[in-house]
Design a protein around this ligand. Structure first.
Ligand SMILES: NC(=O)c1ccc[n+]([C@@H]2O[C@H](COP(=O)([O-])OP(=O)(O)OC[C@H]3O[C@@H](n4cnc5c(N)ncnc54)[C@H](O)[C@@H]3O)[C@@H](O)[C@H]2O)c1
Ligand SMILES: O=P(O)(O)OC[C@H](O)CO
Length: 310
């Protein structure tokens, strides 16, 4: 809906033809965003050739599906089109970030990343939202911000693609930990401690990749961490909450996409490769793979050696 502002026709492609037909018929996404009508310009389509006219393509699919979607889309992408990845995660099989996946699968496209604190329903309702758009070339980032911003959806530009991607991928994993603490009723103080120590992990990883401080402290880093760790509306937080309440990793998902569950192990591997300590993320990955209980994770985090705050 946001992307359609000021445009005559914005094709909305999806792989699930029944869902696309329902979107075209109902003019709303009854599955995920009931009661929020599609903007008139949005044209649901199952035909990828509809992308041929697009100067800007937004990739809004689960991180683990991004490669196959870009591969399918490539033959239809116009030369020089910008492909903006909106997925927050790391590809499990390759440990690659989304901008790398897009660059590998569609080398002719201009790659950009959109990330930041934004629940789809808030954006769709026209509530004020601010996020970061990063592209290697500042002029491209500025162009995309101008093209995609609306009065209520504010884009800040950046050239720090990796910093933006690290924030988006890490915050989902850390939000699972915060959800677990809430589900275990550990209290608001524990919650705040997890956000602060989680941010220390995100920042350490970002710095090891050369991410800029303003990115890590900004919308796509601290901003999205605070939103996702502090709201039951978050699917990652909700997954953690169910785990904290005693559900198994298999039960706790409730059929919703919680990207942190797919990215946790990859995040930990990426961190280990750079010798970065991420004990909270490690605990989440271990719980999700049934190597550790929630109780065991609490014990191991509380019993870590005392150290300087960094
Ligand atoms: N929902 C939000 O509030 C929100 C906000 C910011 C960023 N994101 C990010 O956007 C990405 C997508 O999230 P979402 O909430 O739109 O998820 P979603 O579960 O609604 O899925 C988005 C679309 O991807 C399609 N899809 C699923 N598997 C696919 C596959 N294998 N191949 C092709 N298409 C497939 C689905 O049919 C759906 O239309 C995630 O990485 C998420 O972190 C979501
Ligand atoms: O529902 P979540 O946990 O996927 O969070 C959605 C967005 O990423 C919040 O910025």
């Amino acid at each position: 809906n946001v992307a359609s502002a000021g445009r005559d026709r914005v094709p909305l492609w999806g792989h699930d033809t029944a869902h696309i037909a329902a979107l075209a018929r109902d003019r709303e996404n009854r599955r995920h965003l009931p009661g929020l009508p599609l903007a008139p310009a949005v044209a649901p389509t199952a035909d990828l050739s509809d992308l041929a006219e697009a100067e800007i393509v937004l990739g809004v699919v689960p991180a683990q599906a991004m490669r196959s979607v870009v591969r399918q889309a490539r033959p239809y992408l116009r030369k020089g089109a910008a492909f903006v990845t909106c997925a927050k995660g790391i590809e499990r099989d390759t440990l690659k970030f989304m901008s790398e996946v897009v660059a590998e699968e569609a080398p002719e496209a201009e790659v950009a990343v959109l990330s930041g604190p934004s629940f789809a329903s808030d954006v769709c309702k026209g509530l004020p939202t601010a996020v970061t758009l990063a592209a290697g070339d500042d002029a491209l980032a500025q162009h995309l911000c101008e093209q995609l911003s609306t009065r209520t959806f504010r884009l800040y530009r950046s050239t720090d693609l990796r910093g933006v991607e690290i924030g988006g991928a890490a915050k989902n994993v850390l939000a699972i930990a915060c959800g677990m603490a809430a589900g275990r009723a550990l209290g608001a103080s524990a919650q705040a401690a997890l956000i602060a120590r989680g941010f220390a992990e995100l920042r350490r990883l970002g710095e090891a990749w050369g991410a800029r401080q303003e990115t890590l402290m900004g919308l796509s880093g601290l901003g999205d961490l605070v939103l996702t760790c502090g709201s039951a509306q978050s699917r990652n937080f909700a997954l953690g909450y169910a785990l904290g309440g005693g559900e198994t990793p298999r039960e706790a998902n409730h059929g919703k996409l919680a990207e942190g569950a797919f990215t946790a192990s990859a995040l930990v591997e990426v961190a280990r490769e750079r010798q970065i300590e991420m004990p909270i993320a490690e605990a989440v990955a271990a719980i999700l793979t049934n190597r550790l209980s929630v109780e065991g994770a609490i014990d191991s985090l509380l019993m870590r050696p005392l150290r300087a705050e960094a």
